[in-house]
Design a protein around this ligand. Structure first.
Ligand code: NAP
Length: 382
């Protein structure tokens, strides 16, 4: 097992400057010399980290800077909750259908893509595109077709009859149809170093980022089915995958554990908790500080990336008891994007714990807008 205190020389060698896999000439957390995509504006650099704040600020424009009409207490045709891939695609389609959708941004405008750097698997961008830029493009497209945006998160909903009522703080919005695209948030361990290195060697999406770690040693954290599945998936790229779990037993199903154990590239590291991701000062992942949860012994593990697979939380708290959801809180849809309440539709990760891709979220956003349009047409006199 490669668990050992890291010698200073090794630690410093691992931090050599490389070209970033995220399309910038910054040190790469994974070390792979990815080509710099062309025609992508370079984000301003703050220290060693990318600063997307100008793009984020764009995404957080108040509604009066978009299409002018204030949403407060106005009866809307359709309100879309969430401004990630699902919500914005729904806004583009609903806008083009002349429904003048109102998009309520939510706590995290732009959704999970706004926390990503390079997106290489969204069709139509052969050189990749920065997540915040993709989101901003979608937002502009939605604005162009008449969508309006309101910052804030929904604090209360009344879906007992139409028009539905949604509270955003003190404002109440009424709508004839509702599209919920509030997404799911990947659970994080909760370390400061982990947060700072998201997108720089720390990832919550193996499908999105596995490719960047070809020939590298990496870790997957978690003991559920996702962790087992991601460890196996990542072993296609990585030279070695450490599966780090805080207990000797696994929550994952036996077949998934057996499959991971049978994979010669996957090495189980239990019972260990990640205490720190190193090295924030170098802007990339070089090692993990681990603590044995039974003996408290501290060890270091040298590697290039850490994938966190400890579950997702769908953002559905406000809909509890109002919309049907599964035991994990994901909204249940049928016949496309319909929920159990006629006129309420759901799209994206808030109703999908399986695919969780930008493109599948966008596709379901399209479906929800088309379903909402059809619903409004059928109920225009009711
Ligand atoms: P999960 O089953 O809830 O497992 C989460 C794992 O992360 C647990 O092992 C848990 O440890 C660990 N964990 C939670 N918080 C942690 C923290 N702060 N620090 C370190 N470890 C932490 O989540 P999931 O694996 O994402 O699966 C979610 C659902 O999707 C499950 O129903 C699963 O069966 C399903 N799924 C199925 C498949 C498949 O069948 N192909 C694939 C993926 C997911 P403890 O065990 O110690 O609590």
């Amino acid at each position: 097992m490669a668990l050992s205190p890291i010698p200073a020389a090794e630690a410093s060698a691992a931090g050599g400057r490389r070209r970033s896999c995220r399309g910038t000439a910054l040190p790469c957390p994974c070390g792979y010399p990815h080509p710099v995509p062309k025609n992508i504006p370079q984000a301003p650099v703050r220290g060693l980290m990318l600063d997307f704040s100008p793009l984020r600020r764009e995404s957080q424009r108040p509604v009066e800077e978009s299409n002018g009409r204030q949403g407060e207490n106005h009866l809307n045709n359709v309100i879309i909750i969430g401004s990630g891939c699902a919500g914005l695609t729904a806004a583009i389609y609903a806008g083009r259908a002349n429904l003048k959708p109102l998009v309520i941004d939510g706590f995290e405008p732009g959704g999970q893509l706004s926390l990503t750097t390079m997106v290489e698997n969204f069709p139509g961008f052969p050189d990749g595109i920065l997540g915040p830029e993709l989101i901003e493009n979608m937002r502009k497209q939605a604005l162009k077709f008449g969508a309006e945006f309101k910052s804030g998160a929904i604090t209360e909903v009344d879906l007992s009859k139409r028009p539905f009522k949604l509270s955003v703080g003190n404002d109440v919005h009424e709508t004839q149809a509702l599209i919920v695209g509030s997404g799911a948030t990947a659970r994080m361990i909760g370390l400061e170093s982990e947060r700072k290195l998201v997108g720089y060697g720390v990832s919550t999406c193996a499908t999105c980022d596995g490719y960047f770690f070809r020939g590298k040693e990496i870790a997957v954290v978690g003991g559920g089915d996702s962790a087992m599945e991601e460890a196996n998936f990542l072993s296609k790229f990585a030279s070695k995958v450490y599966l780090i779990h805080r207990r000797p037993e696994f929550r994952a199903s036996k077949i998934m554990v057996d499959r991971a154990r049978a994979n010669e590239k996957v090495q189980f590291v239990t019972p260990y908790a990640v205490e720190e991701v190193l090295d924030v000062t170098k802007g990339g992942v070089e090692s993990l500080k681990l603590r044995n949860t039974e003996t408290n012994e501290i060890k270091y593990l040298s590697l290039s990336g850490m994938f966190i697979a400890i579950g997702h939380e769908p953002n559905t708290k406000v809909f509890r008891g109002k919309l049907d959801m599964d035991e994990n809180g994901y909204l249940i849809t049928h016949h496309g994007s319909q929920t159990n309440v006629p006129g309420v539709f759901a799209a994206g990760d808030v109703q999908d714990h399986h695919y969780r891709q930008a493109i599948t979220a966008a596709g379901s956003g399209c479906m929800a807008a088309l379903d909402a349009e059809k619903f409004l047409e059928a109920h225009k006199n009711s």
